[in-house]
Write a protein that binds this ligand. Structure first.
Ligand SMILES: Cc1cc2nc3c(=O)[nH]c(=O)nc-3n(C[C@H](O)[C@H](O)[C@H](O)COP(=O)(O)OP(=O)(O)OC[C@H]3O[C@@H](n4cnc5c(N)ncnc54)[C@H](O)[C@@H]3O)c2cc1C
Length: 452
C-alpha cells in the first residue's frame, strides 16, 4: 500500500477527482482501462521532477500522457500518477533549421507555427494530432521516412526528466546514452519535456497520385521501384476491401513543389498501375499532411472513434513481404477483422534512413510498415479481445518471417518477449533503465520491466 506523503508545491496542480482520473483511464484503443491515483497537470519541467520524486517516496509509478492515442493502455497507470503533458505545449521561436517545442505540443500545432516561417519538420506522422513526446518515444513513422528516417532521427536535442527526478539535456554528442535510450525507447527512462526539432524548407503544394494495382505483386514491384529512387517525396501503400468483395491495392505517391508543378509524365514513367484509375490531385502542403482529418471526422460523426481499435503495427522485410501479406490477406475476414473503414497499410521504408537504435527493424534494406488498421463497428469487448488474440497470432507469423513489432500495437507482450523484441539493443535499454530509472517508476503500461 503506497505511503501517504503530502504532495510537493507545484507551479501546476495535482488533481484527485474521480472525473479527471477516470478520463485518464482510457485511450484510443478503448481496450485497457487503468485508473490512476491522481493526475499531474505540470506547469513546468520542475513539476515533473518534483512529482517523480514524490512518486518514488510513495512507491507509486508514473506515466506521461500525450494525446492518449495509444491502443493498449501504454500511457495508463493503475493507482499511480498520470502526467498530462498537454499543459506543456509552448512552441518556438522558429529558426530556419530548428524549433524548440515543449513535448506536450501536438504536431499540428508545431506545423502551423513552422509553416508560418516557411519551414517544416522533415517527417510527420499520418495523423498530426499526436503529441511530440508520444511519437518520439515510439519513433514516429511518416510518408517521408524512407528519405529522412523516423521523427526521432530528426532531433537536435531533447530535455528529459529521468525516472530518478533529474533534468538532463541530451543529444547525439552530449549524454548520448540517454538520448539513444529515450528515442523510440517507449518512455522507460525519462519524460521528454522539450525537444529541439530539425526543420527543412516547406513546400507550398503537393502533387498527389493515388495509383491502383490489380494485385499485390504488381503493387510491390512499383513500391520497390519507387523506394529505390527519390522520384516522389512520399510513397505509402494500402490494401482496402470494398463491402461487395472487391479489393484495392493502392499506392499514394506525393511530390512536393513550390511554384512550378512537376511533370506528371516524368513522375509516372514506367509504373505498372492501371492508368485509367489514376487519381491525381494538387493540394496545399498542410492539407496533404492533414489528410487523416477526413477519416477522423467520419469516425467521430458515426461514433466509431469511441469504439475499440485493436490495431496491429509491424515491419516486414522485402524478401518475405509477398508471402506474409498474402497469407494474412487469406486469413482475414475483412468485414469482421478490419471493419468497413479499416484497411491494411503496406508502405515501403528504406532501413538505412533510420538511425534510432531502439527502433527494431527487419534485416532487409527495404522494409514495409505492415499494419492492420482495425476499425470494427462494434463495442463488443469479446470481439475486441478476439482481435487482440488475432494480433498476437499475426505478429507471431510476422516475427517468424523476420519481421518486427512497431510497439504502438494492441497486444500483450511478456518481459521475455520484449527482451527478444529489442534483441541486441536490450542491454542498452536495460543499462539506461538501471542508471536513469532505478526504482522503475516510469511508464509501466508497456510492461517491459518487472514491477519493483
Ligand atoms: C489515428 C492514429 C494515427 C497514427 N499514425 C501514426 C503514424 O503515422 N506514425 C506513427 O509512428 N505512429 C502513428 N500512430 C501511433 C502513435 O504514434 C502512437 O500511438 C503514439 O505513442 C501516440 O502519441 P500520443 O501523443 O497520443 O501519446 P500517448 O498515447 O498519450 O502516449 C503514448 C506513449 O508515450 C508516452 N509519452 C507520452 N508523452 C511522453 C513524454 N513527453 N515523454 C515520455 N513519454 C511520453 C506515454 O506514456 C505512452 O507510453 C497513430 C495513432 C493513431 C491513433
Amino acid at each position: 500500500m503506497p505511503a501517504t506523503i503530502a504532495p510537493p508545491p507545484l507551479v501546476g496542480e495535482l488533481r484527485f477527482d474521480e472525473a479527471t482520473r477516470s478520463e485518464r483511464a482510457d485511450d484510443f484503443g478503448h481496450i485497457v482501462h487503468r485508473v490512476p491515483n491522481c493526475v499531474l497537470l505540470p506547469g513546468s519541467a520542475d513539476d515533473v521532477a518534483e512529482t517523480l520524486d514524490w512518486a518514488a517516496h510513495q512507491g507509486r509509478r508514473l506515466a506521461p500522457q500525450g494525446q492518449r492515442h495509444s491502443t493498449f493502455g501504454r500511457s495508463q497507470v493503475e493507482d499511480g500518477i498520470v502526467a498530462e503533458m498537454s499543459t506543456l505545449r509552448k512552441i518556438g521561436p522558429v529558426e530556419s533549421d530548428r524549433v524548440e517545442v515543449e513535448a506536450g505540443a501536438k504536431w499540428s500545432e508545431v506545423l502551423r507555427a513552422t509553416l508560418a516561417r516557411g519551414r517544416t519538420p522533415p517527417v510527420l506522422p499520418e495523423y498530426i494530432e499526436l503529441s511530440v513526446g508520444g511519437t518520439l518515444i515510439v519513433g514516429g513513422v511518416g510518408g517521408t521516412t524512407s528519405m529522412f528516417g523516423v521523427q526521432s532521427d530528426n532531433l537536435i536535442e531533447l530535455e528529459v526528466v529521468t525516472g530518478n527526478g533529474q533534468p538532463f539535456a541530451c543529444s547525439a554528442s552530449h549524454n548520448a546514452d540517454l538520448f539513444d535510450a529515450v528515442r523510440a525507447g517507449l518512455g522507460q527512462v525519462g519524460v521528454i519535456t522539450k525537444a529541439t526539432l530539425e526543420l527543412v524548407a516547406a513546400p507550398e503544394s503537393v502533387r498527389r497520385f493515388l495509383l491502383f494495382y490489380p494485385d499485390l505483386a504488381t503493387m510491390l514491384n512499383d513500391a520497390r521501384l519507387l523506394a529505390g529512387e527519390n522520384r516522389f517525396d512520399a510513397v505509402q501503400g494500402a490494401i482496402a476491401f470494398a463491402p461487395g468483395g472487391g479489393i484495392a491495392f493502392r499506392l499514394d505517391a506525393a511530390k512536393n513543389f513550390d511554384r512550378n508543378a512537376p511533370d506528371d509524365n516524368g513522375l509516372l514513367a514506367g509504373l505498372s498501375d492501371d492508368p485509367a484509375r489514376r487519381e491525381p490531385t494538387t493540394i496545399p502542403y498542410f492539407d496533404y499532411l492533414n489528410r487523416f482529418a477526413a477519416l477522423e471526422a467520419t469516425l467521430k460523426a458515426n461514433g466509431q472513434w469511441r469504439l475499440p481499435h485493436p490495431w496491429l503495427t509491424t515491419f516486414i522485410g522485402d524478401s518475405q513481404v509477398e508471402s506474409v501479406v498474402n497469407a494474412e490477406l487469406d486469413a482475414l475476414d475483412p468485414a469482421a477483422d478490419l471493419g468497413p473503414l479499416g484497411q491494411v497499410v503496406l508502405s515501403p521504408i528504406r532501413r538505412s534512413a533510420i538511425s534510432s537504435p531502439l527502433l527494431r527493424l527487419p534485416a532487409d534494406e527495404l522494409c514495409y510498415a505492415f499494419n492492420l488498421i482495425r476499425i470494427p463497428a462494434t463495442d463488443d469487448a469479446d470481439e475486441a479481445s478476439r482481435l487482440v488474440d488475432a494480433n498476437r497470432a499475426a505478429y507471431e507469423r510476422v516475427r517468424i518471417a523476420g519481421g518486427t513489432l512497431y510497439p504502438v500495437s494492441a497486444l500483450p507482450l511478456s518481459q521475455g518477449e520484449w527482451r527478444d523484441h529489442f534483441g541486441s539493443a536490450f542491454d542498452q535499454l536495460d543499462a539506461a533503465k538501471r542508471e536513469f530509472d532505478p526504482a522503475n517508476i516510469l511508464t509501466p503500461g508497456y510492461e517491459i520491466f518487472q514491477a519493483g
